[in-house]
Design a protein around this ligand. Structure first.
Ligand SMILES: [Zn+2]
Ligand SMILES: [Zn+2]
Length: 356
């Protein structure tokens, strides 16, 4: 089975063909997140350059799903991670990819297709960035990753005879989140909240082997603090929302999910008061890039010397918190859990099965 991956859209794609694939210059990764940057990437398989109506070009890479997965698990996590973590990741990344391919299949319903096209995913199944799954070419791949994909060949995660919606994130911060806190108001029994103590680790050896270079720059993934002066907050929210709230006097969490992640937040300003959500929107509004998570408490402190109000956000976790906690899963694997135990912990009552 082949997958079509949208690598990037740019005014002009700079690429070169190589012996067994191609190299693209200046591929942007972590778009809109705190690790946003550009790098050159090399790929296997075919490349198609599409000319878009707005004058830009899109590079689309077509390759076998199993080959795609070797890169995905080495991009999402370090390919030197414990093998059982890589195997668990191969199963969930395969499940997610097959769902995307099936949704774009010629016989799929229009509703499913529209969902992908509304993300700008026209003419390909998935994008190569965190929006779908990281696919950063061949440079972070090694034999261990290839072996993890081979050992779990064609295996997917199933619930009630359906392939699971296998969401995952970097670190849950102590408790994973319910699907509905982040996306549509539907209940998926296997995407509910579980207590996770595994990701509360500063084990250097584990983190260096499990996280890729640029992810290792984020040390405070489990517990973090962000401080803004009122002025800074006013500007950030105005820039990100396009709305002038005036002086923001309060941030009031109205609704929280099962982990504590906020999905309705009231922003109280002198000019305007609005309720915003769900979790990703809140994270984007309250940071020039994106807050690590929407699980935070708000403290206000008035500095009399500066005559300035400060907002202190104390938070937990990195990512939406739904499904598998990648750092927690790596720690579980390092402690001896096998990939099925890891999957059963983060996606309760599911089973690993061969796809078709
Ligand atoms: Zn995408
Ligand atoms: Zn966790």
């Amino acid at each position: 089975m082949n997958i079509r991956v949208g690598i990037l859209t740019a005014p002009l794609i700079q690429y070169e063909l190589t012996d067994n694939g191609f190299t693209i210059r200046n591929v942007r990764i972590g778009i809109g997140f705190h690790w946003d940057r550009c790098e050159d990437q090399s790929f296997h398989g075919e490349i198609t350059i599409r000319n878009n109506n707005d004058g830009t070009q899109t590079a689309v890479n077509t390759l076998d799903v199993e080959d795609y997965l070797c890169s995905v698990i080495s991009s999402e996590m370090n390919s030197n991670s414990p093998i059982e973590l890589l195997k668990a990741h191969a199963v969930i990344s395969r499940s997610w990819a097959i769902r995307a391919i099936e949704a774009n299949h010629i016989n799929a319903t229009n509703i499913k297709k529209q969902l992908y096209e509304s993300n700008g995913h026209i003419g390909f199944d998935v994008c190569a960035d965190d929006h779908c799954q990281r696919y950063e070419g061949t440079k972070r791949m090694n034999n261990k990753a290839i072996e993890a994909v081979r050992q779990t060949q064609h295996q997917v995660l199933m619930y009630n005879n359906t392939i699971c919606d296998t969401r995952y994130h970097k670190c849950c911060g102590g408790k994973t989140e319910d699907f509905a806190t982040c996306w549509e108001d539907i209940h998926l029994p296997y995407l509910t909240s579980v207590d996770c103590t595994y990701c509360n680790t500063q084990n250097k050896q584990l983190l260096t082997s499990a996280l890729n270079d640029y992810d290792q720059e984020t040390n405070d993934f489990h517990d973090w603090t962000v401080t803004y002066s009122q002025q800074e907050l006013n500007q950030i929210v105005k820039q990100k929302s396009g709305i002038d709230f005036g002086n923001i006097s309060d941030l009031i969490p109205l609704k929280r999910g099962l982990s504590g992640r906020i999905y309705q937040l009231q922003i109280v300003g002198t000019q305007r008061t609005e309720t915003v959500g769900k979790e990703l929107k809140i994270r984007r509004l309250l940071s020039l890039t994106c807050l690590y998570s929407s699980w935070f408490d708000v403290k206000k402190q008035f500095n009399t010397k500066e005559n300035q109000l400060y907002f202190i956000l104390h938070g937990h976790g990195w990512g939406h918190g739904v499904g598998l906690c990648q750092i927690g899963a790596a720690a579980m694997a390092a402690q001896g859990a096998d990939y099925k135990q890891i999957l059963n912990f983060y996606y309760p009552n599911t089973t690993v099965q061969q796809y078709k």
